[in-house]
Design a protein around this ligand. Sequence first.
Ligand code: MOS
Length: 749
Amino acid sequence: MRLPLADLYNKPDERNLLDHTRQGIIGKPLDRPEGPLKVSGSATYAAEWKLPGCVDGVLVLASIAQGKVTKIHDKAALAMPGVLAVLADKAMLRRPAQGTAGKAPAQDVAKVEYFGQPVALVVAETFEQARDAALALKVEYKAAKSPIPFDPESPDAKVEKAPDRKAVKGGDLDKAMKNAAFSVDVEYDTPGHASAAMEPHATIAEWQDDKLILRGSYQMLAYNVKEIADCLSISPKKVRILSPYVGGGFGSKLGITHEAVAAAIAAKELGRPVRVVMTRQQVFQAVMRRSETRQRVRLACDAGGKLIGLGHEALVSNLPKEQFAEPVTQATEFLYGGDNRLLKVDVARISRMTAGSVRAPGEAVGMQVLEAAMDELAEKIGIDPIELRKRNLPGKVPVQGTAYSSRMLVEALEQGAQAFGWDQRNAQPCQSREGDWWIGMGVASAARVNMLIPAEARVTLKADGTALVETDQTDIGTGSYAILGQIAGEMLGLPIARVTVVLGDTSLPAGAGSGGSFGAISTGSAVMRACEAIRAKLADKLGCDAEALDLKDGVASSGDTSSPLEHLLDGGDIAEIGSIKPGKTALDYAQASYGAFFAEVAVHAFTGETRVRRMTGAFGFGRVLNAKTARSQCLGGMVWGIGSALTEELAFDLRDGHLVNHDLAEYHVPVHADVPAIEVILLEERDAAASPLQAKGVGELGICGAAGAIANAIHNACGVRVRSFPITLDKVLPHLPDPFAPDPFATAA
Ligand code: MOS
């Protein structure tokens, strides 16, 4: 039942279909259908399935950073109560998979590449017994003869070009810097980040004959099936993954992780279902991190505040041979002008756990630094930072020459400024003091690339006038259940109560998965196309053209003819699979979601402590599919921005390479007391180049630049420019103006 429509998205779909349907639920802030299950504790997460005969496995992590496992003394462990097996199979995963299906490098299971790399699995009747034996397991190591550095800044670290990212070069940046009326040449650094999803990585593996069933917590099921099959050298057809509820992923569950493969191997060996849940500390140590970055930004502009040169060069890190390098310059490539440019990313090969995608890879840390540097330039020129941004939006992508699809950055800056009260800001630092606190305001742009990913979904309009949406798409807390139901309800003219959405099962058509902010628009487009095919059949049955068909509240009508769907269907269901694949629109248009952040902070005049007092974000990402879940995504991103600006930082011990702060007590994500009132403004926009829905990605937009606005507000408050994130009080304190000066403003930097 293929659609007659070509599934490649080659031309912008300008029909604007969802503005002509009449159900009126698309975009509305409808509740998540699975919400009551989640808040009542009855949604079954990965570790919560109860399978008869299921036993527990606990991973054992390497206690050295580099070398070899020479012996695992498993006798004593095997003699402990309830212990069933100690496994160190050669198929066990060494590093988290990152789209490596079919090309996974040969693995040496004895080799240790980073501190905390899983080296064995202990299985026992109960979790407690397995943990006890895992702690008691004696592993002998031999340290590597020529270890690689733990520190990307070490002169011994091998530095390579980012494998997947071409440098952008245009004109002569050095000359532009020399000829500039105003310029900045600054270096910033950002620390490593943890995904810090609330639900730890967990898998229950079960074999039914030669078929493997995994109940786990993953983001991209169609890929994850291939990854697991690749590890176990079996056909992907033999693997089924169930992942209906996921307690956050933030990139860490894009690919499979160690526990999934270990559980599958153990379950095969023992002939029983095996559950492996990573502890919080294990997740921190073994699952992927966001790379720390060092970034040099060069901005050169003419007397009129127009950029003539732009440089953005980054050093990131990863394990040897990993393809992924934090794409720091991703948004810099298209955001601002400046034809003389040099944008590049280098990667230092070091021994820390695998670096990979953590929420908004690239833009999260790239934008926060670019936007802080833009603030420095605005200050030098003496113009409003919003004005500087508005003057530098190119008509075509510099160097590449690609046209932009819809771009509402100016609207975001203007509407955000108005809602926030930007006109109350004094451009001079150290001009506003409340008691012991300096008060300041900052702004930053938001930008995040938009991607359409191959996706399929099946929609069944049932004879009783209800609809069923089915795909392996995941909902990682983002709202997939809600928005996919809304799209189907809108297209088929059904109240939302008549639509059921089933997700997270690889026996269903393959959705896009959750990642890169592409889930909603990709899988949503597949749902839309399935509904279009159903509409065509309904129009046939009613005897009208598809364009003339009107569907609302379960009634089909056209002109004077009308019929309840139940009559029209006459006892038969209509099931259609819709699909979409990226086509020429992805090449013809530079597509991104945009926005603007505004932050007000208070910096303590004596301690340098920063409190964010309020934030406003205005965002344009095409059609809003659900105003509530979209707002939550933006809000969550801005909360992460607070963490990135002020608290989050992976700390490594450079003597032995271990991660020091491997839990949520020591790795500081913002908590309620750190998060003030946050206002989110959703702009009205349609972007036909992005998807048939005319929607773009929003999932990660709220983080892309947010920390820059906070850094800029700190400078506006107390005159201190900190070029090292997170901006902790120790970095602010030495540079604060004298708090006892008779006229504190007189000491302004
Ligand atoms: Mo995202 S970091 O692509 O899950």
